[in-house]
Ligand binder design. Structure first.
Ligand code: F6R
Length: 266
């Protein structure tokens, strides 16, 4: 562990606090590279669940730099992205397929048919079936060795938004079509440019699939995430704060934060 990192146990959750967002991203990239190496050794491939958004951008830049430097190959890596807007074309600059292509897939040696992003062009009548198929593909690949997550300001993980389901129901949610929460659509104005342009539906990997990953890395940086990080780690375990459900599998989750995101942990 680097000298300037702090390791915390917050009511049983493993938390690592880094001095800044760059250090947090580097640590996440270190963990991802180690998981790729271990999974390839144990089962000759590594299956990664990936997130988009602003937070992991520097993680992908770091992974791409390691590839360029010759220290990391993605030839035996298989990826499944957490979510996609619906409907959206893969070539739309706002699609998560495009995001991944720009920030990682086109910069490393991953074979195109090993990268999976939910298809935002499936006809509406088949969207639920396509989502269910995504879960079957992950299972057929032997499950996720790693799920990388970010957190929404309302506590969403993937696009699993706050709900009034029971904990039991929420932790069994499959990959499926969803309506986005007002906090999420408000935050998406940053990407879409105006409120009218924001796409309000999506397909998301379900909480059940996320929780089944063998390792879960939650990366949260910046002061805007401080309140929801504290509610997720220290408040009740409840579907109204979806990230709090990660505490049902706390032993395999690592929260990587920067100091501003950790500010309300006390
Ligand atoms: C993205 C995703 C979302 C984001 C979350 C945080 O694939 O699933 O849950 O991780 O909305 O987004 P940023 O990093 O933009 O704050």
């Amino acid at each position: 562990m680097a000298a300037d990192e702090r390791k915390l146990d917050v009511d049983g959750s493993h938390v690592i606090v880094c001095p800044n967002a760059e250090a947090a991203s580097r640590l996440a990239a270190d963990r991802i590279a180690a998981i790729i190496e271990a999974a390839e050794r144990d089962r000759s491939k590594a299956v990664l669940g990936l997130a988009t958004g602003a937070t992991p951008e520097t993680v992908y830049a770091e992974l791409a730099a390691r590839h360029r430097a010759g220290s990391l190959s993605f030839q035996k890596v298989v990826t499944y992205n957490l979510d996609e807007y619906y409907p959206i074309q893969p070539l739309d600059p706002l699609s998560y397929r495009h995001y991944m292509h720009q920030r990682l897939f086109s910069l490393v040696d991953i074979p195109a048919n090993q990268t999976h992003v939910i298809d935002g062009t499936v006809p509406a009548a088949f969207a639920a079936e396509h989502a269910a198929q995504f879960d079957r593909w992950i299972e057929a690949d032997g499950g996720l060795d790693l799920q990388l997550l970010g957190i929404g300001r309302n506590g969403h993980i993937g696009f699993n938004e706050p709900s009034d389901l029971s904990v039991e129901e929420a932790i069994n949610l499959p990959t499926r079509p969803v309506e986005l929460h007002p906090v999420t659509t408000t935050d998406a104005v940053r990407e879409f440019g105006s409120a009218e342009k924001v796409i309000t539906q999506a397909l998301t990997v379900g909480i059940k699939t996320i929780l089944a990953a063998r390792v879960i890395l939650m990366l949260a940086t910046g002061p805007r995430k401080a309140e929801i990080v504290a509610r997720s780690l220290k408040g009740p375990i409840t579907p109204t704060v979806p990230a709090s459900l990660l505490r049902t599998v706390a032993e395999k989750v690592v929260w990587i934060l920067d100091e501003p995101a950790a500010a309300e942990l006390g």
